[in-house]
Unconditional design. Structure first.
Length: 287
């Protein structure tokens, strides 16, 4: 293996015995051959770990058996600690890569060295049917900071990133059960432009009940927790800081209204107060 172009593929998994096998095989079927795979099992209680061990004879695969924590970012970070590659690629255990995914991304990065990370279009599938993504007409290349404030617009399974950039960013927050990827993309897009391949090189399986979004239904509170910490820690400067505060205020107000509808008056009052605390005059941003 040539470490300069070695890609460390990070696959976190918890109780997805069948899906993770498909994910692993989609990496083994890549046309790009300079990779290693690090599978981090977050203490699965089904036969997931047994299925993973079927690949233990493959010298390109490392298998980690972790104590269950329930935080995907923490699991990914533990796997990154074992990575030997200059580049990292993340693959969720319920997603599948197209065979030429890594080859096309590494070729692009080799020709455009100003970019230190790259993502692609996704093909979303629910119950065997393709979900249209035509409504997602947003900026996908270059400075994506403002776009990323609203919602997570970069799919983890689409990304290849320089390991040193990932580590410099602090990696994934390891105390967020959901939206740890939203948090990372905000940190990265605040300082580095991202490259993009406008081709669906990922099959994203959506809508199955073991996804964490099903556990909570409404996940905006996790984005608020992420953004609030970044704002309170003065992570952003200048216009970015004002944009972040404005977005945070809006999210707090929306969440407050939702709490009122659900009869959670004290929580609604708390987040309405936070709305006023983080509100920013539009004139400040424009100026």
């Amino acid at each position: 293996m040539h470490k300069e172009d070695l890609v460390s593929v990070i696959i976190p998994v918890y109780n997805r015995a069948e899906m993770v096998v498909d994910a692993i095989n989609s990496v083994l079927n890549q046309t790009y051959e300079n990779y290693e795979i690090i599978i981090a099992d977050d203490g699965s209680t089904d036969n997931t770990f047994v299925r993973i061990l079927e690949f233990s004879d493959n010298k390109s695969i490392q298998i980690l058996k972790l104590k269950h924590c329930g935080f995907p970012g923490q699991v990914r970070n533990r796997a990154v600690d074992k990575a030997n590659g200059k580049w990292l690629a993340f693959l969720d255990s319920d997603d599948i890569w197209m065979p030429d995914k890594l080859e096309k991304q590494m070729s692009y990065l080799g020709k455009h060295r100003e970019f230190l990370y790259i993502h692609t279009l996704e093909r979303w599938v629910r119950n065997g049917k393709i979900i249209s993504q035509t409504h997602r007409k947003h900026k996908k290349k270059g400075d994506l900071f403002q776009v990323s404030l609203g919602k997570c617009e970069i799919g983890p399974s689409t990304v290849v990133i320089r390991k040193d950039l990932f580590l410099k960013s602090g990696g994934f927050r390891d105390d967020l059960e959901i939206c740890e990827d939203y948090d990372l993309w905000l940190k990265l897009t605040s300082s580095h432009p991202i490259a993009y391949i406008d081709e669906a090189l990922i099959i994203k399986n959506a809508g199955h009940e073991d996804q964490l979004s099903f556990k909570y239904g409404y996940i905006e509170i996790f984005k608020i927790n992420s953004l609030r910490k970044l704002v309170d820690d003065n992570f952003f400067k200048g216009v970015q800081r004002d944009l972040a505060r404005k977005e945070l205020a809006q999210k707090c107000r929306i969440y407050s209204k939702g709490c009122l509808k659900r009869g959670k008056e004290k929580e609604a009052e708390k987040y309405e107060s936070l709305y006023f605390s983080y509100s920013v005059d539009d004139a400040l941003i424009e100026g």
